[in-house]
Design a binder for this molecule. Structure first.
Ligand code: TTP
Ligand code: MG
Length: 360
């Protein structure tokens, strides 16, 4: 078995980069992307901030009112546009998938790529990392940080040490000097509670954790957590890079104005469904269930769906059932819709003959 080599790719301040790209007036300014809860003008939290804002102390998870106290006069506070970031994310993940057949998307802006089969050594893996950075920058104008190591744990931690725009390679012989000086809280998987418990035991660094005999750890943390801590502090992680199986494909948009106009809903459904079908087909997935999603002007969400007798993967089949779903929906709900979406689920393989379009 060749030694495993894993890359972890993490976009730098992802939501903020997405905003900077489409709003050139933000260039050079601190940016905080926020989720407003709507109760008062400033209630809500910061989702992320760019590196200029981080230097002012504005960080993910911070209440907006608190962040404003740290802000400079030119700091931009923006409302998060999750649909937009999802679309960018989908494009990035599709690009990353072209580099290896073994990829696991870990979040909206993170993925693990197992390159064991295509990179015989760390030199080749590093070259792949550099190509990924060039491709994301060239195609999407986005920077990322990449970690490379013998497993997911080391790759993930390596990606985090040189942000933004970093590329960090931790070969097996570097694991010990890499991990030892780090605070135990930085061991990926150690939460606040475990960190506090370890600190109370006088264990501040991963190096100190490594010196703890397994039996001592079991006494304090129980068998499961103890063996994980024992392995992780040595940089051991056997979990595989596995593509998480999707259960559905969907898209939601905010309507230009609140409406229950059948023609508007159907036209929007056709546009969204065209993207959704495209995504499913790209993954070679067919589906049986088609759903219409409405988010009303009171923000309640309602859905209508139909399951087809056969697996399909084409827009026409979806749009044949869509008028039924929309009519049923409008018949049952009297409010206006603020947002709407479509999704397909019940995924499987389409049987039978390929469609003509598959060959064109
Ligand atoms: P992260 O990758 O954790 O953060 P980031 O990409 O903004 O910054 P970094 O350069 O450190 O990687 O998260 C990805 C996105 O997820 C982030 O842009 C916004 C969102 N997010 C939240 O909405 N809330 C949170 O608390 C965090 C941490 C992230
Ligand atoms: Mg990120």
């Amino acid at each position: 078995m060749p030694e495993r080599i894993v890359l972890h790719v993490d976009l730098d301040c992802f939501y903020a980069q997405c905003e900077e790209l489409r709003k050139p007036e933000l260039k050079g300014r601190p940016v905080a992307v926020c989720i407003y809860s709507g109760r008062t003008e400033d209630s809500g939290a910061v989702s992320t901030s760019n590196y200029e804002a981080r230097r002012l102390g504005i960080k993910s998870g911070m209440p907006i009112a608190f962040a404003k106290r740290n802000a400079s006069a030119d700091t931009a506070f923006l409302r998060a546009d999750l649909e937009h970031y999802d679309m960018v994310s989908m494009r990035i993940m599709a690009l990353l998938r072209t580099f290896t057949p073994v990829m696991e998307q870990a979040s909206v802006d993170e993925a693990y790529l197992d390159v064991t089969g295509i990179a015989p050594g760390y030199g080749e893996a590093t070259a792949i990392g550099q190509r990924i950075k060039e491709t994301l920058l060239g195609n999407e104008s986005l920077t990322c940080s990449i970690g490379i190591g013998p497993n997911k744990l080391i790759a993930k931690m390596a990606a985090g040490v040189d942000k933004p725009d970093g590329l960090t390679v931790i070969t097996p012989d570097l694991i010990e000097p890499f991990l030892s000086p780090m605070p135990v809280g930085q061991l990926f998987g150690v939460g606040k509670v475990t960190e506090k418990k370890l600190n109370e035991e006088g264990i501040e660094t991963i190096g100190q954790l490594r010196e703890m005999p397994l039996a001592e750890l079991v006494k304090r943390f129980g068998q499961g957590m103890a063996s994980w801590l024992y392995g992780a502090s040595r940089g051991i992680d056997d979990t595989e890079v596995v593509e998480r199986k999707r259960e559905q494909y969907g898209r939601i948009v905010t309507l230009k104005e609140d409406t229950r106009d059948r023609a508007v809903l159907l036209e929007t459904a056709r546009q969204l469904m065209s993207d959704v079908v495209g995504m499913a087909r790209q993954d070679g997935q067919a589906f049986k269930t088609v759903t219409f999603i409405g988010i009303m002007d009171d923000l309640s969400t309602r859905t209508k769906n139909r399951s087809l007798p056969e697996f399909v993967d084409d827009l026409d089949s979806c749009m044949r059932v869509m008028p039924l779903l929309v009519d049923e929906f409008l018949g049952e709900h009297s409010r206006n819709l603020r947002r709407m979406g479509v999704k397909v689920s019940n995924l499987g393989e389409r049987k039978g003959q390929k469609m003509l379009s598959d060959f064109m």
